[in-house]
Ligand binder design. Structure first.
Ligand code: T68
Length: 838
């Protein structure tokens, strides 16, 4: 029906009925009960916490979707330049609490629910995490979406709707075991299925080459199979704004057309098999972080997702009837790592093969549109695809990549003649057997800006993996965008007491949208009453974490001990191994003490958490070692409360929300130069936790902000690493004696059968210790002793804690996102008006 053709009374009726629902307690209660009795078909007498959660979630969802609809409606009229954030991972965690807080409805809902006989804190626990990510990269995307919405930027995320998120981790006999995370089991109220939005995606087949009427060679890709992409939209509400952005996640479905071909040929089984294969594409998130799996299905995921997203973006652009040359003025696309790099090739293909633009015109549009974020320098994480496999799946795209490479290398040759070595190093194609496509090179060549994620990392990539490219393109293309985290989730939501104290102290809650205002807290370090409140809140958060530890690990820990936390993916470069080795050292030291000496030991609870990639043998052994050490230490009467060790199973976003506010000290101890940024370091310090860390990633900038009195730094620096490795390999460096003692203890069987840990210990033997545990060990132990000593002076410690929070303004993702908007995307905020109706 067209509005223009309707009689006035129909138009008025629609206007009247599409008024937004009011947000008073009674209206909210009605909407909850309405969902209980209709959507859920339940009654008050057969409600439990889970159904209460469902009803409240559905009521929240109604309000979210109204905002989403209003925002998207207004935006499509205005049609401003938008940014599209392409990420294979969005690690959102739970949505309900966050949505209510961001929409300003938490208080009203709390009261509404209480009167209906339920408690908000309890029902929140019924929500499963949306765990569509591995770690930092996926969580960063989620924080950026929160900031983009809060700052009123017109932004969409594009990703995949995996049926299975990151696996669930259980610990069996000390070992990690993996279980599928079928998070959609109980329906997902935080998405909106757009069954009307479906896009055909091709694979395989061949390329037809023809001459057009002007004698120009035209290429036409004829795919051999196709699947459908169905859109699912996830509304992302901003904080303290009506604006509500969108993450569009694609789900794969069989195409009916192709089913029918097989079906009509009488090949029913084949048509069912094709259908199952189509569904497989978005079935599972690959569980690796900082490593490249190289599986065909992963490449299919990448193409499926980038093709669907680009098709959608191009369709939206075409509605505006603008010239193609305006495309980069309407569209900015950010590539979250190399995973979406095929989007560059797909846009070039659409423009040249389907829209008939010249190669050069198309390429100019492409390179003005894309920008690329690099998250790692680890060689094992660099994406490469074998040419034969690629050709089989995407024959036309391979031709385009070879052409991009040819034209690029011709320009390099022109600028720097006769340097075969240079051409080899810079080529998008690696001359291996078989040839490999280097996705990072393709991403650099196809983008106008390349950024690292912390100052140190951004400098490092300019002198290592992208050195030749910096010389060719010039410095301006390679910039730094230091990561950030959203203070809404990582302080306001996860640490409500601290948030309230800060708001009370600063006189208002403006700091939640301008985190630099936290510096106002620095003046309060001299106020003993304030310090007391500050530390009481920390202790309350530690009590909450102690309860979680009791429940999940069956270990009692004292909230008066120093809580020492290392939670992150388990990876050799992050050196959880070094941490547990230092714990063994601590254990041995305590065991050797007299009762009098023990009296002066600072009690410590060492808390680990994190998942290892299922195929990463050494990382899984580290988990086993931690659990074996915990088993011995925790029941040793000679140690008692002086040392406890726990491994919290199934670390995820919602567990992090309990852990982060409760830490006294957290560990960010990667070998210098290996952790691109880290983002949990920012979250811990924001919550008044100090950190012990190396001069790596964003630790360097955190040190700059909080000052050296409020952070514990140790270990070698990034520029020293190569020399140390060289010396170890060729000169032989004796192992640190303390470390030698620890290894002997393991080898003597202090913690289970030492044979189990032999492969782990071998990673340390001289010449192999790639992550420099041995050379950093002594300074690590010393730094930990400084932590103990500092923690004993509680008054001083409370001042440090306050100053930490006070100096974290820089690390808001609002700051990061604004820098991206100004320096890369060239987009402006657009404020949605609350029109009160749709
Ligand atoms: C992380 N990378 C960096 N990768 O390790 C971390 N990898 O230093 C940084 O703070 C964070 O990105 C945000 O910039 C990852 O998390 C992955 O998870 C990943 C996933 C798939 C393939 C490779």
């Amino acid at each position: 029906a067209e509005k223009a053709k309707w009689p006035k009374e129909t138009v008025d009726l629609w206007a009247k009925l599409s008024k937004k629902e009011a947000n008073d307690i009674e209206t909210i209660q009605r909407s909850i009960v309405h969902h209980v009795t209709t959507t859920l078909a339940r009654a008050a007498y057969n409600m439990d916490n889970f159904s209460a959660y469902q009803a409240v979630a559905l009521s929240t969802r109604d309000r979210l979707i109204s905002r989403w609809n209003e925002t998207q409606g207004q935006l499509s009229k205005i049609d401003p330049k938008r940014v599209y954030y392409l990420s294979l991972e969005f690690l959102l965690g739970r949505s309900m609490d966050n949505a209510l807080l961001n929409m300003g409805l938490k208080g009203t809902y709390d009261k509404s629910i209480e009167k209906l006989g339920f408690n908000m804190e309890d029902i929140i626990e019924s929500e499963v995490d949306a765990a569509l990510g591995n770690g930092g990269l996926g969580r960063l995307a989620a924080c950026y979406m929160d900031s983009l919405a809060t700052l009123d930027y017109p932004a969409w995320g594009y990703g995949l709707r995996y049926n299975y998120g990151i696996f669930q981790q259980r610990i069996v006999d000390g070992y990690q075991t993996e279980y599928p995370d079928y998070w959609l089991n109980f329906d997902n109220p935080w998405e909106l299925a757009r069954l009307d939005i479906s896009i055909q995606i091709g694979f395989g087949g061949h390329v037809q080459t023809t001459q057009d009427e002007y004698g120009v060679t035209r290429h036409n890709w004829v795919p051999g199979q196709s699947v459908q992409a169905i859109a699912y939209d996830v509304p992302i509400p901003g904080y303290d704004t009506e604006n509500c952005n969108n993450i569009r996640l694609w789900r794969s479905k069989p195409t009916r057309v192709f089913d029918l071909t097989s079906f009509n040929e009488g090949n029913y089984e084949k048509s069912v098999e094709d259908a199952t294969n189509a569904e497989k594409i978005t079935s599972v998130l690959y569980p690796n972080d900082n490593t490249m799996a190289g599986k065909e299905l992963r490449l299919k995921q990448q193409y499926f997702w980038t093709a669907a997203s680009l098709h959608d973006i191009v369709r939206r652009f075409k509605k505006s009837m603008r010239e193609w040359s305006d495309f980069p003025d309407q569209v900015a696309i950010q590539l979250n790592d190399t995973h979406p790099t095929l989007a560059i090739v797909e846009l070039q293909r659409l423009l040249v093969d389907e829209e008939m633009l010249s190669w050069d015109d198309a390429w100019e549009i492409v390179t003005k549109t894309f920008a690329f974020t690099n998250h790692t320098v680890l060689p094992e994480a660099m994406e490469k695809w074998s040419v034969p496999m690629f050709e089989y799946l995407l024959p036309r795209h391979l031709q385009i990549i070879f052409d991009i490479n040819l034209f690029f290398l011709q320009k390099v040759e022109k600028k720097v003649p006769n340097d075969r070595g240079l051409l080899n190093r810079m080529s998008i194609i690696e001359e291996a057997q078989p040839q490999q496509i280097r996705m990072a090179h393709l991403a650099v060549v196809g983008s106008h800006k390349v950024n690292g994620v912390a100052a140190l990392h951004s400098n490092l990539i300019k002198t290592t993996i992208f050195k030749d490219f910096v010389e060719y393109y010039g410095e301006e293309k390679f910039i730094n965008m230091t990561n950030g985290v959203t203070p809404r989730r990582w302080l306001h939501q996860s640490n409500p007491q601290l948030s309230a104290l800060i708001t009370q102290t600063l006189g208002n809650d403006k700091w939640l949208k301008d985190l630099s205002l936290l510096k106002g807290l620095a003046a309060k370090t001299g106020d003993a009453a304030f310090r007391k409140k500050w530390m009481t809140i920390k202790r309350n958060n530690k009590v909450r974490l102690a309860e979680l530890i009791k429940e999940r690990c069956q270990v009692e820990v004292s909230p008066d001990a120093l809580f020492d936390v290392q939670v992150k993916r388990i990876h050799e470069y992050k050196r959880q191994f070094m941490n547990i080795l230092s714990v063994i050292h601590r254990y041995r030291t305590i065991k050797s003490m007299t009762a009098a000496q023990k009296a002066s030991v600072q009690p410590r609870v060492v808390i680990f958490g994190g998942k290892a990639a299922p195929g990463y043998y050494i990382a899984k052994l580290v988990i086993k070692l931690i659990n074996s050490v915990a088993a011995v230490v925790n029941q040793d009467p000679a140690v008692g409360d002086l040392l406890k060790v726990v491994f919290i199973p199934d670390y995820n976003v919602s567990v992090a929300e309990v852990i982060v506010p409760a830490s006294d000290i957290s560990q960010h101890i990667s070998t210098a130069g290996t952790e691109a940024s880290g983002t949990s370091n920012m979250k811990f310090v924001l919550n008044g936790g100090l950190i012990i860390g190396t001069l790596d990633g964003a630790n360097v900038e955190i040190l700059e902000e909080v000052g050296e009195d409020n952070i514990f730094i140790f270990g070698c620096m990034a520029h020293e690493v190569e020399d140390i490795r060289h010396a170890q390999r060729y000169r032989g460096v004796p192992m640190d004696p303390a470390l030698q003692g620890v290894i002997s203890a393991i080898e003597k069987g202090t913690f289970e059968d030492p044979k189990i840990f032999q492969p782990l210990i071998s990673t340390l033997t001289v010449g192999k210790d790639f992550y420099l545990i041995s050379s950093d060990f002594a300074s690590y132990i010393a730094a930990n002793q400084q932590v103990d000593a500092a923690y004993k002076k509680q008054e001083e410690w409370s001042k440090k804690s306050i100053l930490c929070t006070a100096h974290m303004g820089k690390f808001s993702s609002d700051r990061s996102v604004k820098e991206y908007a100004d320096e890369i995307w060239n987009i402006k905020p657009y404020s949605v008006e609350d029109e009160g109706h749709l």
